[in-house]
Design a protein around this ligand. Sequence first.
Ligand SMILES: [Zn+2]
Length: 453
Amino acid sequence: MDDAIIDFLRQLIAFKSVSSDKNQANESRKTAEFIQVKLEEIGFHSKIVSNEEKDKNPLVFGKFGDDRNKKTILFYSHYDVQPAEIEDGWDTDPFVLTSKGDEYVYGRGTDDDKGPITATIFALSELLQENNDFPVNVRILYEGEEESSSGGFEETVLKNKDFFGQVDGIMILDTSWFTDGQPSLDYGFRGITYLAVEIEGPSSDQHSGMVGGVIREPLIDLIYLMSRFVDLNGKVLIDRFYDKVNPITNDEKELYKNLEFSLQEFKDTVGVSRLLNENATESLMNMWRNPCLSIHGIEGAFSASGAKTVVPGKVIGKVSMRLVPNQDPEEITDLFIQFTEKEFEKLDSPNKLSISPLGSGDWWFGDVNNFLFTAGKAALEEYWKISPSFARSGGSIPIIPFMEKTFNAPAIGVGIGQPSDGAHGQNERIRIKNLVGGKEVIKLTLKNISADV
Ligand SMILES: [Zn+2]
């Protein structure tokens, strides 16, 4: 076992940098300082940058090299973590890096993202210790609010953009392998728009013994309305919703051929007997490259156990849509509002409808033929002796398209851990092999970039 890398990870895990818990702000600052000091120690110029948004955790910037003849690579990760308590079902203290005698180490953040940060810093440190020329210029951009929607990230980066200078490529270390046995490079995330559909009727909650059969109930209106958004095959019924969805190309289809994806395993994991589509590739496409609409909940509706006969006066449906190239989140938000208003009119209701967007984020679609993917693929093949998959995710990381636009440079997602690591769950872990392998792959990737592999 490589003691120094494990020891660094142990110290990093010990900080309770839970961004959703404002009482831990001090722990987050200490984490940022710990990373900043380490970056200085290995030979980087590094600084802590205050978040432009009040009460949000600071960012860590780092830089090494300014050679015009070399490419400049920007590394992104986040040092904040999801909450974790031993009472949640952890076998061991989540903030104490623990070995259980298997090939993993356990602790909150081992996979997401303190392990990847550790692998990066050790890769850079080892490259600096090697006598030959450092292969690229490096920039570091670590944030402490990713698990809380990256609050203040965009404003802070825009304000301090000059620190980074010209950037040629962005490496995102915040994803994992596609399967436990196959390393992967990520080239896409879906976008999202989230809306609240409010129906207001009587001025307060009523009793069905008094108003049942007498008034138009807001919850009945809302359920009618929400039943029109999507059909039972998952097709979204909003007018013109699919107009801008990019048709699939042959090159894109090829990318699905090297994926080890088991429908049965997926069904077992989720706990369902049948999917909307029983073809493995088409299901993956539904997850990654096709848009969808989900209904999440109804605020204000009776939801406890038992049989309360309330008629809620006001109810708010929560709906989101995952979006893909080239759907524009703002345009889709408008289309949704127009459609919902039109459908509500058909209901001829005396109740009042209002729709509020609750937030949106852009999709990301990378170019698997650019130098980052070429260098990364060769590095993974060389180290793991396995052909990596090119994968996407059905989730959303809107700061990736933001960074691509801001730095005018392409991005790549480099997974370090495995999907079974339990990134946001109990007993989060990382395989030591992946941590050390991740470090080696980062070194090889940077060398390949410099050699134009
Ligand atoms: Zn993460």
